[in-house]
Design a protein around this ligand. Structure first.
Ligand SMILES: N[C@@H](CCC(=O)N[C@@H](CS)C(=O)NCC(=O)O)C(=O)O
Length: 200
């Protein structure tokens, strides 16, 4: 498998999960401005959506959308328990979290990267984002991970997008449960290895 990534982007979640599962993979860096890969290929020919993450399977198929990639990967090694079994109620709950992280947290923080948006509009977006943080806090105050005491692909995703808060002077210490979550996940060997590989 090949994972098309940009350092510290949302593709980091898929990268972490590939390492958590000890699956063989090749990392291909994408220049998100030029839409080219490190070996000079046109990234738009690989993923016409023009964004990472994209996972190319050994049969040539390309899977996009982080929430789908994460579940596909988890299902390759079900015994690792990074996603509950397909068809179970717990799996639906995982999908509920993945959607929440994608639309509310990834979307809520991702929009702040847009330099064309005036600061006063960004302040409105931040107010909405902080309401969503309150939902995360309610859960992470009573358990270590989104689905209980076990790390799942949704936690990998949440960890990656919450890291972006620092870019916008949002200090996660204001929400101690979120700060503790970040610290907990950042100590995982797969996370340490993925961050080292992306930032070397
Ligand atoms: N809906 C996609 C969004 C992916 C996304 O936002 N990718 C960003 C990095 S985190 C990107 O590559 N942006 C470049 C661009 O849109 O040109 C997903 O959930 O995977």
């Amino acid at each position: 498998m090949k994972l098309y990534f940009s350092p510290n982007a949302c593709s980091l979640a898929s990268h972490i999960v590939l390492r958590e599962l000890a699956l063989p993979f090749e990392l291909i860096r994408v220049d998100n401005q030029k839409k080219t890969t490190a070996n000079g290929d046109d990234f738009l020919r690989i993923n016409p959506k023009g964004y990472v993450a994209a996972l190319q399977l050994d049969n040539g198929e390309v899977l996009t959308e982080g929430a789908a990639i994460l579940q596909f990967l988890a299902d390759q090694v079900p015994e690792a328990g990074l996603a509950p079994a397909n068809g179970s109620w717990e799996r639906v709950r995982l999908q509920e979290w993945l959607n929440f992280v994608s639309s509310e947290i990834h979307g809520g923080l991702g929009v702040l990267f847009n330099s064309a948006i005036p600061e006063e509009v960004k302040a409105l977006f931040k107010a909405t984002l902080f309401k969503r943080f309150a939902i995360l806090v309610q859960t992470l105050e009573r358990q270590d991970y989104l689905q209980g005491e076990r790390f799942s692909v949704a936690d990998a995703y949440l960890f990656v997008v919450l890291r972006w808060a620092a870019f916008f002077d949002i200090d996660l210490q204001q929400w101690p449960a979120l700060a503790r979550f970040q610290q907990r996940v950042s100590a995982r060997p797969a996370v340490i290895a993925a961050l080292a590989a992306e930032n070397s």
